[in-house]
Design a protein around this ligand. Structure first.
Ligand code: ZN
Length: 314
């Protein structure tokens, strides 16, 4: 990892006070940026971290979001108020959710279930402060440094990764899985709109960038970027195999069993405390729900049924 004044700085957003769960990355420069800001409940923590990095209220130029899931974007509304010069960069499909977050917040509450209060919601952001980023969009950090927005759909239909052209590091959001410190990686496949086929294309795109460093939203830099990307591809392929094996009835229960066969969490994640964290956050449950929804989308809705509608079990 690059050292010195221009080095990227990992920010621990301390979800619910817990270290090592959700991170942001600070990009220093004349027009500094933060990539992902964590949940709304972390806004104060992130604002303090930026202050400690010497970022004054009028200094922050950019809040860059990999996607509009509340664990990555929830604090953006609060931070936009605290840093009035900052503009918020997001995929075009994310813009309306930042401007009018009500639907996103209620849909997220359904996904997070009893843990929704841990994340909080999202304060609306004025339209004129939101920058719609197409694939290849550049965010100007000043002094010749630029971030490149790379569309990486799959985890969500509004997911982008962020390449720091100066260091060659990629902030991958959730496109390259979750890896808690000291544990093995595992994909995050939550509802509502994961798409494994598109996701694999995104992994190839990121691989082709030959990143010097890969930062995950959960959590931080991985030790061997290229190796990590290869493992991520294999795990997504295993997820796809598991998902297809549940057809034609892709329930979350069947998905849980299929994943246990194709990609056992205990084997992949390894570290017991990381496994406990996956389960306590109910991200394993979200994985089953998301993959079941994707598998369901593989069934053609109007497929002719030679047995007729009377067949039991459908
Ligand atoms: Zn996430």
């Amino acid at each position: 990892m690059a050292e010195g004044a221009g080095a990227l700085r990992l920010i621990d957003t301390l979800l619910g006070g817990e270290p090592g769960v959700i991170s942001g990355v600070f990009v220093p420069g004349p027009m500094p940026a933060i990539v992902d800001v964590g949940a709304q409940t972390s806004a104060e923590t992130v604002a303090n971290a930026l202050a400690e990095l010497g970022v004054g209220p009028n200094d922050l130029a950019w809040i860059v979001l990999t996607h509009v899931h509340l664990d990555h974007c929830g604090a953006s509304g609060d931070l936009a108020e605290r840093f009035p010069a900052a503009r918020v960069v997001v995929h075009r499909r994310g813009v309306r959710h930042l401007v009018d977050p009500a639907r996103l917040v209620s849909a997220s509450a359904a996904v997070y279930g009893p843990l929704a209060p841990l994340y909080g919601g999202l304060e609306p952001i004025r339209q004129e402060r939101v920058v719609e980023a197409p694939d290849g969009h550049h965010v100007d950090i000043g002094a010749g440094r630029r971030l490149r927005m790379v569309e990486t759909l799959g985890h969500a239909r509004h997911h982008m990764s962020v390449l720091d052209e100066e260091s060659g590091a990629v902030m991958a959001g959730d496109a390259l899985g979750v890896r808690f410190p000291g544990a093995g990686p595992y994909p995050a496949t939550p509802p509502p709109d994961i798409d494994i086929e598109r996701w694999l294309d995104s992994v190839d795109r990121l691989d082709e960038l030959e990143p010097t460093d890969v930062y995950l939203g959960h959590f931080g830099a991985v030790p061997e970027p290229r190796e990590h990307i290869g493992r991520c591809r294999e795990q997504l392929l295993a997820c796809a195999t598991a998902a297809r094996s549940t057809l034609p009835e892709p329930t979350p229960e069947r998905m849980a069993r299929a994943l246990e066969t194709e990609l056992p969490m205990e084997r992949e994640v390894g570290d017991p405390s990381a496994l406990e964290r996956w389960r306590r956050l109910r991200w394993d449950v979200a994985n089953h729900d998301g993959l079941a929804a994707w598998a369901g989308s593989l069934v053609p809705e109007s497929a002719p049924d030679p047995e007729g509608a009377a067949q039991p079990g459908r």
